[in-house]
Structure formats: structure tokens, C-alpha cells
Design a protein around this ligand. Structure first.
Ligand SMILES: *Cc1c(COP(=O)(O)O)cnc(C)c1O
Length: 400
């Protein structure tokens, strides 16, 4: 067999550190390596495979669309994408429009550009975006500045947009920044994902909303990780009484294929004109067909509710562990199938713990240094939860 580890090191740019297994197949809630060892997947492609792997309903939708066409370009009406946009609007803002792209960072790009267009429409009195400390909104860098066709760049800023950073859940600072600076938008993740599963308090979210309404600032939510049923509602904000102007989505929506976008409410739905924005591949008809299939399973086939029940069970079992091992497990944060277990372990002990889980055939993720991040699929079963908890209990007992 090829030595994939060495070949990866030789030919793939080193931008991620990898787990020491080679995956051969993925089925349901398991990854299977080339030695036929099975691993319970508790972070599912970093929040992408919300329905586990090779879900039969999704595979059928994939085959059906693949038989029709894979790609036709934006010169043509994209029927799966139109259907998906209509459903997303119906399930969220009631009125609005969707712009589709392929990745989360592109959704952020689309958000920035539409915020800018809105700013211009309002005589540039408002400038910049308020974001939170430790937030994560993507990694792209300025392709637009390098594109030298005036028709494409002329309507967009040549200088970096102003960014104001506020501590999470600090309503006072937020108020102050908005009063002193007149920003155009506030962009927050309802639960900061890569930052370590840090939930915003309902109070803080309400403050964001009231500041936005009082000062005509755009209320933008990055639901790229929290969305698509992960926290128990289709989008996390729907657990509260919130009315965002813009919702960013990606990760789970494409059922494993790249798909992202923004849902724009009344204020932003008509900011883009033809030529303002776009990308060749998006929306991929294949991804959009899978997006529709994901919504079918989550909503029509009730998987969101089923997953929520299993998530409740997982939470209660984790809380029992926390009571027993309070000296190691300090806090459990998040909601639904988005869980951050804050430990007092140092970096090397947490890596050892991750390795031990791997040996036991369980995949967990670690973020923000020492937070165990679980992003299990909504198809997880109670038996799988119990198995994970049994192993976790054993490993914690050994560490004490
Ligand atoms: C992952 C993520 C992104 C970036 O998505 P990519 O598809 O990796 O570009 C942006 N925002 C949040 C909240 C994310 O979790």
C-alpha cells in the first residue's frame, strides 16, 4: 500500500495537522480506516456531515441530480437552487433573498460586500463591522483587490474595512463602540465555534438586536457552524426572539458537498445588482439538490427532533461525568450537538486523551487549545452516546 503519510508530507502543503489514520470509507456515524477499524465520528467533517456519512436519502438525491446535470453555469436558471432558496427564506426570515456560494469564508465575503453596498446606499455615514474577540469567520484574503477590471472592483472599498472588536457578552462595550463609531453592521456567531464553543448569552443577543434596531445597524449572524439543525433549531438564533438582517450559512447545508451562502432580509435583499458578485461554481446544482435533501430529512422526516432528543441524553450523561470528575472537567458549553467540554488539562495531556479516544475507536476534536469539541451528527444513537460515555469514564478514571 502507498505510504500516504509520507506522500502527504511531500506533496500537500502543510496547512493542517492530521490524525494518524487513513480513511477508506465512511458509513453512517462511522469512519472506517484502511485496516477496517471503525471509528465513531463525533465531529463529522467539522460540522459538515450533519446527517452522518452516506445517508441513503442523500445518496439517492445525489444520484438523481447527477443523472440530470452536474454543472450548467449561472447563465441558466438553477432549479434545485431556486427551490432551496425558497425553502430557506420560508424557514427563516419569511421575506428575503439568498445568495449562494460554496464555502463559509465566501459567505463572509458576500456579507462584507453586501454590507458595503448598503453603506454606500446610505451615503457612507456608517462604516465598518463590529465583531467579537475570538470570533472565526473564515480565512480568505482580498482576491478583489488583485482583480483589475473596474466593472468588478469599482464599487467596493480599496482600503480595508474598519473592524471594531468587542469582548463576547460585554453589552456595555458593544454599546460604547456603536455610539462612538457609527458602524454599519454587527456580525456575531450565536455560539463561537472555533473560538472554543463560547455561547452568547440571550441578554447579549437581545442587546445586539436592540442596538441594531435603534441605530439602524445591520444585525448579521454567522450561523455557518451553528446552523442547519446543529443546536436543535434550524438556525441557532431561532431559539430566541431575534430578527437578524443577514444570516451566513455553509458547512452542514450541502450534506457533505461544498455549499454556503447568505440569507438577506428586507434591508439587504436587493443590494447586489448583476455584476456585483458571483463565482463560477456556485451554486452547484449537485450541492443544492443535496441541500434540499438535507432539509427534507431534518424537517419533513423529523431528524432534527430525533437528534435533539439524543443530544439531550448526551448532555445529561456528560453532566454526570462532570459531577464525578469535576477536577478535570470544568465546564460544558454549547447547545444541542455543538458541545465544548472545558478541561483543566494542558495541551499535551489533551492530545494524549484524544489519542486514547482514537485507539478506542472514537473521534473527538480539540479546539482553542484545551477544549474538547463535539460536533456529532444528528443521526447519533443513544447506544452510541452510552458507548462514548463509558469510554470517556474509563479514560477520566485513569487520569485521576
Ligand atoms: C468554518 C467557519 C467559517 C469558515 O468556513 P469555511 O467553509 O471553512 O471557509 C466561518 N464562520 C464560522 C462560524 C465557521 O465555523
Amino acid at each position: 500500500m502507498a505510504d500516504w503519510v509520507s506522500l502527504d508530507r511531500e506533496y500537500i502543503m502543510s496547512t493542517y495537522s492530521r490524525l494518524p489514520i487513513i480513511i477508506d470509507q465512511a458509513k453512517g456515524n462511522y469512519l472506517i480506516d484502511t485496516n477496517q477499524k471503525r471509528y465513531l465520528d463525533l465531529f463529522t467533517g467539522l460540522a459538515v456531515n450533519i446527517l452522518g456519512h452516506s445517508h441513503p436519502y442523500l445518496m439517492n438525491a445525489l444520484r438523481a441530480q447527477a443523472e440530470r446535470f452536474l454543472h450548467i453555469s449561472n447563465f441558466f436558471y438553477n432549479t434545485p437552487a431556486i427551490t432551496l432558496a425558497q425553502r430557506l427564506i420560508k424557514e427563516t426570515l419569511g421575506e428575503g433573498k439568498v445568495y449562494f456560494c460554496s464555502t463559509g469564508a465566501e459567505a463572509t465575503e458576500a456579507a462584507i460586500k453586501s454590507i458595503h453596498k448598503w453603506t454606500v446606499k446610505h451615503q457612507n455615514e456608517k462604516q465598518g463591522v463590529v465583531v467579537l474577540k475570538n470570533s472565526f469567520h473564515g480565512r480568505t484574503h482580498g482576491a478583489l483587490r488583485l482583480t483589475r477590471q473596474p466593472g468588478i472592483y469599482q464599487d467596493f472599498p480599496t482600503l480595508p474595512i474598519k473592524i471594531y472588536e468587542v469582548e463576547i457578552n460585554d453589552s456595555e462595550s458593544l454599546q460604547k463602540v456603536c455610539e462612538e463609531n457609527n458602524p454599519a453592521a454587527i456580525l456575531v456567531e450565536p455560539i463561537l465555534g472555533a473560538g472554543g464553543i463560547l455561547p452568547l448569552t440571550p441578554d447579549f443577543l437581545q442587546t445586539v438586536q436592540s442596538i441594531c434596531e435603534a441605530k439602524d445597524i445591520l444585525f448579521c449572524l454567522d450561523e455557518i457552524q451553528t446552523g442547519v439543525g446543529r443546536t436543535g433549531t434550524l438556525f441557532a438564533y431561532q431559539a430566541y426572539d431575534l430578527r437578524p438582517d443577514l444570516i451566513l450559512f455553509a458547512k452542514g447545508i450541502g450534506g457533505g458537498l461544498p455549499l454556503g451562502g447568505i440569507i438577506a432580509g428586507k434591508k439587504l435583499m436587493d443590494t447586489f445588482a448583476p455584476g456585483d458578485h458571483g463565482t463560477t461554481f456556485s451554486p452547484s446544482p449537485l450541492s443544492a439538490a443535496l441541500g434540499n435533501a438535507v432539509l427534507d430529512v431534518l424537517l419533513d422526516q423529523n431528524q432534527m427532533e430525533i437528534g435533539k432528543e439524543v443530544a439531550d441524553f448526551l448532555w445529561s450523561e456528560l453532566q454526570k461525568l462532570q459531577r464525578e470528575f469535576g477536577n478535570i472537567v470544568e465546564q460544558i458549553n454549547g447547545r444541542g450537538m455543538m458541545i465544548g467540554i472545558v478541561t483543566n488539562l494542558d495541551k499535551s495531556s489533551i492530545q494524549t486523551l484524544q489519542q486514547s479516544f482514537l485507539q478506542e475507536g472514537i473521534l473527538i476534536n480539540v479546539t482553542a487549545g484545551t477544549v474538547i469539541r463535539l460536533l456529532p451528527p444528528l443521526t447519533l444513537t443513544k447506544q452510541e452516546v452510552s458507548h462514548f460515555i463509558t469510554i470517556f469514564h474509563q479514560l477520566l478514571s485513569k487520569m485521576e
